[in-house]
Design a protein around this ligand. Structure first.
Ligand code: 3PG
Length: 394
């Protein structure tokens, strides 16, 4: 990326100067009328110049870093003398603070919605152990919400073509497998256990990237896999209600979601569908893929008996639980895709790990899940490993 800021004299150009997330520093390359440019770092809060300099225009500064990283153009114009640099810098700092607040809000919403989903999902699965149907209902609720939003113009419908849906297909297939597998896992074991195993997703990501895509990583990344794998193994070995289907479901979900992320990264490059609409299309396609399998695996006869039993045991509230798990599934995913629009994949993966901690802790409290100290230690080691991983990853 190349930004230039012109002043009558001297002229300044910034190269690779957009600060990374969390950094308040801006690096400018200043070219006086000397042959060799030199670099220095400026802190927006502390910058002072004897003579005011002027920035003409920086597109979307403090807005979406992702946009900037991918070729946003910072045009060079004649100096706009309307605002001195210090005022502009203040504005940038403010918009950076605003952006941080916005991301904080996204994260808080994402985690809360996810906790609520996990609680209702488990309540439903305890009373009505049909994970294929509940997975399908979650996708159906999301598809319905979005189709209504598009029809009523509450949300602008995306402009898609056949190529878009073709590219989306492998993503949707992986999303479907990962979703059903996680739900099957949660129908067999404690929510906390599923999420402890799911916290090892980075390990799957590294192994798939290494062995399938031939990507190499710094040593720190490989080392971070030791606590992730070791912590998960310790937790699994000491889990009081261990179940092989539950364990394998979470593992398959990890693998499927890694492929989902790889396919969506490859397929969506350069496409202009917003995070919200992208997730909506993903839900619709996943629903179409999943429905025939759901009918084949479970089927209306089993559902009818199960539904009556659940209604007798729980009462009419059971219907609200099903609605809550379906709607909250869509909402948390939608918010997570919307936040992915705003943040780097790294920040996203840290946010995802924090999300798992909130789910693990809240589900242990709500469902009174028995936890042995060594089991908790395993979970803590695994989660610490995912933090180390996110720091070590380039
Ligand atoms: C699902 O049902 O898809 C899983 O609960 C997803 O889990 P995750 O979004 O926390 O990875």
């Amino acid at each position: 990326m190349n930004c230039s800021i012109k002043h009558s004299s001297p002229s300044i150009s910034s190269s690779n100067s957009i600060p990374q997330k969390g950094s308040s520093q801006i690096s400018f390359k200043i070219q006086y009328l000397q042959p060799t440019p030199f670099n220095f770092n400026i802190k927006p809060s502390s910058i002072t110049f004897k003579k005011p300099l002027y920035i003409s225009h920086i597109q979307d500064f403090g807005g979406s870093i992702r946009k900037i990283n991918h070729g946003a153009v910072c045009n060079a114009y004649e100096a706009d003398h309307s605002q001195p640099l210090e005022i502009k810098m203040d504005e940038m700092a403010q918009s950076e603070a605003g952006q941080k607040m916005k991301i904080g809000l996204y994260f808080a919403t994402w985690w809360s919605l996810n906790v609520v989903f996990n609680i209702y999902n488990k309540k439903v699965l305890n009373a009505f152990p049909f994970p294929w149907l509940t997975s399908t209902l979650s996708l159906a609720a999301g598809s319905l919400i979005m189709l209504v939003s598009w029809a009523t113009k509450m949300v602008e419908a995306p402009k898609t073509d056949v190529e878009f849906w073709k590219t989306l297909f492998p993503v949707a297939l992986a999303h479907t497998i990962g979703h059903v597998a996680a739900t099957i896992s949660m129908s067999k074991v404690a929510v906390s256990f599923t999420h402890i195993i799911k916290s090892s997703e980075p390990a799957f990501s590294v192994l798939v990237s290494r062995f399938f895509l031939g990507e190499a990583f710094p040593m720190g990344v490989y080392l971070s896999l030791l606590p992730i794998i070791g912590g998960c193994a310790l937790s699994a070995l000491t889990e009081l209600n261990f179940n092989m289907i539950g364990f394998m479901g979470a593992m398959i979900s990890n693998l499927a979601f890694v492929f989902r992320n790889i396919f969506s990264k490859k397929g969506m490059k350069g496409k202009s569908v917003s995070g919200m609409n992208y997730y909506a299309c993903l839900s619709i396609l996943s629903l179409l893929i999943l429905t025939p399998f759901t009918i084949a695996m479970e089927g209306p006869q089993m559902w009818e008996v199960g539904w009556q039993t659940a209604l007798t045991q729980i009462g009419p509230n059971f219907i609200w639980w099903v609605v809550a798990q379906s709607v909250f599934y869509h909402l948390y995913n939608q918010v997570s895709y919307m936040s992915l629009d705003q943040i780097s994949p790294l920040t996203f993966s840290i946010g995802n790990t924090m999300k798992r901690i909130s789910v693990i802790v809240s589900s242990i409290i709500i469902f009174h899940t028995p936890v042995q100290p060594v089991n908790a230690l395993g979970a803590a080691i695994a989660i610490l490993g995912t933090f180390i991983y996110s720091q070590a990853k380039p």
